[in-house]
Ligand binder design. Structure first.
Ligand code: NAD
Length: 274
């Protein structure tokens, strides 16, 4: 039997991003941080872009110990000037980006009748304006470099399914699928490909915060939120892990052709099967 196929860990470690420049938004924490680490392990130079510069710098410094180039950039993905300035800083310091993971995100939960308009707009701004602004900046650099590249949006099972209390989040995550498909078509002549990763629940700070909030909103215990809301439909009652998601992000970034462009991949321990 082929050794690489029989041993999935072995197969994963053979993917290389040597020589590539990867920018990950929201990389000071959670999923983005793990993706940046895995990209560095695969040989990429990594840019840690986040609202929180001190945490981004600490992440970049830790990753630099792996022997790759790193850069921490303060970036508010919902702000046009901040995104464009951040990408320009990357171009001047490292070169044009080859890989964008548009991952920064927030969560706000409330019943629709109580959802404040300001909260609705805030969430859409981070996820949808952020997706557009970072992808536009990346596309511009990928065209200029003539190397093309890979753009990965962090979707969610909520790109496919609805849950109670998450009106803007579900709306935004569905919207990112449309954006990715358009860029797959427009980017193809420039060798730019796009994908969406759709994780189930991962125990990052974003989800830890939701557990008590959902318990209160639904009038159930925190244990019941985990068991009967978050993990109810998985095949193994397991949370998705940051590594599950980072390996999917590595596969998309390293994929050598346009074969998978425009596709989304659900990484959810069987919660949602398409
Ligand atoms: P997290 O809270 O651990 O990390 C999010 C990071 O984004 C933080 O470092 C934060 O500072 C940064 N950020 C927030 N707003 C920003 C802005 N305007 N500009 C720049 N950076 C900003 O969350 P996470 O769970 O790692 O989430 C990452 C992404 O994965 C989000 O898009 C989220 O919707 C998505 N996601 C998470 C889960 C999950 O269960 N954790 C599941 C599916 C999808």
């Amino acid at each position: 039997m082929n050794q690489a196929v029989s041993n999935p860990v072995q197969a994963r470690t053979t993917l290389s991003l040597a020589g590539r420049i990867a920018l990950v938004t929201g990389a000071a924490s959670g999923l983005g941080k793990r993706i940046a680490e895995v990209y560095a392990d695969a040989g990429a130079s990594v840019v840690i872009a986040d609202l929180r510069l001190a945490d981004a710098q600490a992440t970049a410094d830790a990753i630099a110990k792996k022997g790759v180039r790193t850069l921490a950039v303060a970036m508010n993905v919902a702000d046009e000037a901040s995104v464009d300035a951040g990408f320009e800083r990357v171009r001047q310091n490292l070169g044009e980006v080859d890989i964008l993971v548009s991952n920064a995100g927030i969560q706000i939960v409330a019943p629709i009748q109580d959802f404040g308009f300001a909260d609705w707009k805030k969430l859409l701004a981070v996820h949808l304006d952020g997706g557009f602004l970072t992808a536009r900046a990346a596309v511009r650099q990928m065209i200029a470099s003539r190397r093309g590249g890979s753009i990965i949006f962090m979707g969610s099972v909520h790109s496919k399914e609805a849950s109670r209390l998450k009106a803007p989040y579900v709306t935004a995550k569905h919207g990112l699928e449309g954006l990715a498909k358009v860029i797959a078509k427009e980017g193809a002549p420039y060798n730019i490909r796009t994908n969406v990763i759709c994780p189930g629940f991962v125990r990052t700070p974003l989800v830890e915060k939701q557990i008590p909030e959902q318990a209160q909103a639904l009038g159930i215990s925190e244990a019941d939120v985990i068991k009967n809301v978050m993990l109810k439909d998985t095949v193994d009652a397991e949370f998705t892990t940051v590594d599950d998601v980072a390996q999917a992000a590595l596969t998309f970034a390293a994929w050598p052709s346009n074969a998978l462009t425009g596709q989304s991949l659900v990484v959810s321990h069987g919660w949602f099967m398409q």
